[in-house]
Design a protein around this ligand. Structure first.
Ligand code: TRP
Ligand code: ZN
Length: 487
């Protein structure tokens, strides 16, 4: 499920360095070695010809994150079978990946960080594989023809390690906790626990079958399929997310949890879970999440997924992540502002996904503005008042030096992307008026439901709906390293 509009930019660069790898016997890891003859044999020229132009790019084409994601295929569904033991921190997994080739594929990459791969099959036939950094390079026994569907199965195991990238992105990915794991993967930490196309430009459906020691609960996106089943001291939880989801929104958070399940007033399934340390917050998490989901449905358009809710774990992350259907709060009781933020992301960021991280203000600016809308709705400070208080920052303030419309890879989550991104929306609202502004928010969602969005498309839609030329406004607010004076 890719956007189909990303350039495959990185191909040429890496083909040079990895060119021989896929055609030789796999080194170090056990894989069948007889698929392609080596350089000395008469078949080599032939095989080189067969491979030319048929190698999936090692990156999906995000210029700021050149090795994130991969080219040459679109994933339709992940079937993840996972077994985790908190005592040994050992994960064993089988990842089934159903994909469609977007070109002939003699070779393609998956993203995977650490963990030991035991076996890879493509369409049930053993495939060669090779590791290189965070790339798992797969050479199927037969070339996969363009447009054909294919299935990859990766058997793997080991001790998952989070990505540690402070001060920029902090610690994220699969993070072991005292009683399990806290799994929060933005922007590219899904590779710490399963092999895949780890970039939001290729969304897919997910099935999770997660086995944990009896007494623990495994939480993933979407809804439970059937009842958890216990045998031999282990319990298996089957979750299904049946709507397209970016890899960074996938979770397998597990540990001791108290659950409350039911429906929101408007009838949306609601699932809240808290670590026992936050037991007294379970009811408020459940109730507020339901109320806010219902309210956003009236402002942004129908709730896009099959359930809402939230998770509070005792891991002291100090942050929250908008995991699809189950925002996760790390080590604190969330107030209604942050719940409003994470649930707004279900529309802006989750249903509508960015294809390049530099467009991140389309997620964070909108979720921040949603906090102000919630405050206004509750009769607290209006969005106008919050805008004014941020605008009062002096001309030298850092926020004016960082144009939020192009989030920088080395400082992706800069507060400008959040706050000045939100201010951009308020400036727009003042310029085009409430009726056009709120029509725009709903139309933006309806037009791109479960899809992919860019800043250029948002600007174009704002101009179309308002009938106004808005270049000056967006240039000043999103793209200029200077305090804007226009709205
Ligand atoms: N997107 C999160 C928010 O709602 C913040 C965030 C960025 C994050 N990277 C993360 C959370 C990694 C958890 C893990 O503002
Ligand atoms: Zn956010």
């Amino acid at each position: 499920m890719a956007s189909g509009r990303l350039a495959i930019a990185a191909t040429a660069v890496l083909v040079g360095t990895l060119g021989t790898v896929g055609c030789s016997a796999s080194r170090g890891e056990s894989g069948p070695t007889s698929v392609v003859a080596d350089g000395a044999s008469p078949g080599a020229a032939d095989s080189a010809r067969r491979h030319a132009g048929r190698i999936g790019a090692p990156g999906i084409g995000d210029p700021d994150f050149p090795t994130d994601g991969n080219g040459g295929y679109d994933v339709d569904r992940y079937r993840l079978k996972l077994d985790y033991r908190p005592d040994t921190r050992h994960l064993s997994g089988v990842a089934g990946i159903e994909a469609k080739a977007t070109q002939d594929l003699a070779r393609f990459n998956l993203d995977l960080s650490g963990l030991k791969v035991g076996q890879v099959t493509v369409n049930d036939a053993a495939a060669q594989f090779q590791r290189s950094g965070n790339e798992l390079i797969v050479t199927p026994a037969k070339i996969i023809p363009e447009k054909s569907a294919f299935t990859v199965k990766v058997t793997y195991a080991g001790e998952p390690k989070p990505v540690r990238d402070s001060p920029n992105l902090g610690t994220y990915g699969f993070i072991p906790t005292a009683d399990g794991a806290f799994v929060a993967c933005e922007p590219n930490g899904a590779k710490t626990w399963f092999p895949g196309n780890d970039h939001p430009a290729d969304k897919a459906r997910y099935d999770f079958e997660i086995t944990v020691p009896e007494g623990l609960t495994a939480l993933a996106n979407g809804e439970l399929v059937g009842e958890p089943s216990t045998a031999g001291g282990k319990t298996t939880f089957t979750w299904r997310e049946s709507h397209p989801m970016a890899s960074y929104l996938a979770t397998m958070t597990l540990g001791k949890f108290e659950l409350r399940q039911g429906k929101t007033a408007a009838g949306i399934k609601n699932i809240a879970a808290v670590d026992p340390r936050y037991q007294s917050s379970l009811d408020s998490l459940y109730t507020l999440s339901g109320k806010i989901t219902d309210y956003w449905s009236t402002v942004f358009g129908p709730y896009p997924f099959s359930s809402t809710g939230g998770v509070i774990d005792d891991f002291a992350a100090g942050y929250a992540l908008e995991n699809q259907t189950k925002p996760m709060y790390g080590g604190f009781k969330p107030g209604d502002d942050i719940i409003a933020h994470e649930l707004a992301h279900q529309w802006f960021g989750d249903s509508l996904s960015i294809t390049r991280w530099k467009d991140l203000w389309l997620n964070e600016g909108f979720a921040t503005y949603a906090e102000w809308l919630w405050s206004e709705h509750k009769g607290n400070a209006t969005a106008e008042r919050i805008f004014r208080s941020h605008y009062s920052a002096g001309a030298d303030a850092a926020i004016w030096k960082y144009p939020p419309g192009r989030a920088k890879p080395e400082d992706l989550f800069n507060s400008s992307v959040y706050t000045r991104g939100g201010m951009t929306l308020h400036a727009l609202r003042q310029r085009i008026g409430d009726p056009a502004f709120f029509t725009l928010l709903k139309t933006w969602n309806a037009d791109h439901k479960y899809g992919y969005v860019t800043t250029e498309e948002f600007v174009a839609l704002a101009e179309k709906i308002s009938g106004k030329q808005l270049d000056d406004l967006f240039n000043a607010w999103l793209f200029t390293p200077k305090k804007p004076t226009t709205w």
